[in-house]
Design a protein around this ligand. Sequence first.
Ligand code: SF4
Length: 499
Amino acid sequence: MSQSLKTNTDLREEILELKKKRNAVILAHNYQIPEIQDIADYVGDSLGLAFRAQETDADVIAFCGVHFMAETAKIINPEKTVVLPDANAGCSLEESCPADKLEAFLKANEEKNYYVITYINSSAAVKALSDVICTSGNAVRIVEAAPKDRPILFAPDQNLGEWVSRQTGREMDFWEGNCYLHVEFTRESIAKIKEEYPDAAVVAHPECTKAVRLLADEVCSTEKMVHFCQESESKNIIVVTEAGMLHRLRKECPDKNLIAGPTDHCACAECRFMKMNTLEKLYQCLKDLKPEVTLDEELRKKAEAPIQRMLDLSADAPASDLVRYSWDQEFLALFDKCLKKYRDGNEDFTTYYTDGDLNFLNSIGYREREFFDFVEDYADYGDPAPETALLVAAARRDYFLYKMGGKPSGEKDLNPADLPAKTAELEGIVWLPRILAKARGKLKGELDPEIMFCCGGDRKFLSTHDISPADFLRTVWSAEASDDPDMTMAKFVKAVSKA
Ligand code: SF4
């Protein structure tokens, strides 16, 4: 083992220990170095990170990103300690819009009564001058919700502003700011790499110039890049954004050849601010609880209102906009939390969840009672185990996000009275009609709260035939494409059954 690897391993362990001791959560942006992404509790884009920061019940937030991101976390979490590994990790885009200049501009143009939409890459003082904040992930939604009778000033990223204006058809005025790194990609540099990979798809961040965006098959936030790469039919994909994104994409799309978009002078582009954070600095900031982000309370309150407006406007976004990298860990953490409450004697599950927990359940297509049923059965009977509950939830979540596009079906729930009788048979297999109806309702999110897929009766059926609950659900999903889904399922059960 090399010395540096050994050092990293030691550091990782010490960071994890400190994290526990401090009751801290580590949030990391997609552009962070791989070692930081790998140790973080959550890795995502600015929108996902803002939601995570709002939802956490940790005492300390170690924010591995640039300063404005940690500052945003502090604005919405005044009572928490927010630290970032390197206080000098700034952002050229943030710097391109100083608050005093924006204030002077708004004063000089008072008669216009601008509705100011500000990209999250901005200081607290600039946020405080804004009506609403946006990220690249929700900019279209935020602009669409803007009052129609007021002109929009979009700050500070002109490229993102032009892109969102085109998407929404809404005229707006732009602050002339940009990200130094994203404007380094040029039409020539991307055309050149396209010559090398003529069949490659190109996905670009909206902070890129229009000339580059026009060459892209898709322009989207880093979070949505994950879905684009997963769904794309192209094996080769050129990714035109900060190179740290490639680490995450390679993990989530292992079958794709992901190629860093080059600039005119380097093979990939790294943000010098994002790369200031290191494992050593993360360790040190958790140890010293410094550098800490602090804010004047009056300023904080003014900056909080437009961020909250953004979060409110994004809360009912299609769940596919809010797909989360570490949802499995969140699921298990929530499971643990609810289990503890139940074992402590609180049986009223409606008191278990914070707004953040409810947002999370919504993002995986789950209901409060549906989640609780698994917690309760595990506490009372030791079955299904949390890992089994997670696999079942993964099947429902995938169906919800990829088959249903993250939107509820709008169909009537299946009621207990509609279920086939417990004695009903299909091809001589008792209980199969009943569990099939429940599995279909489970996948579509159409089960009355009184019905639980994977209840005691289902578990008896599944263990008798040696089928895991999640495998059963996924097979029901794939059988949908057959000519006779019921018969396909009966054949499947007979083929695998050990009964
Ligand atoms: S990549 Fe650009 S926008 Fe993002 S932090 Fe770096 S300088 Fe700022």
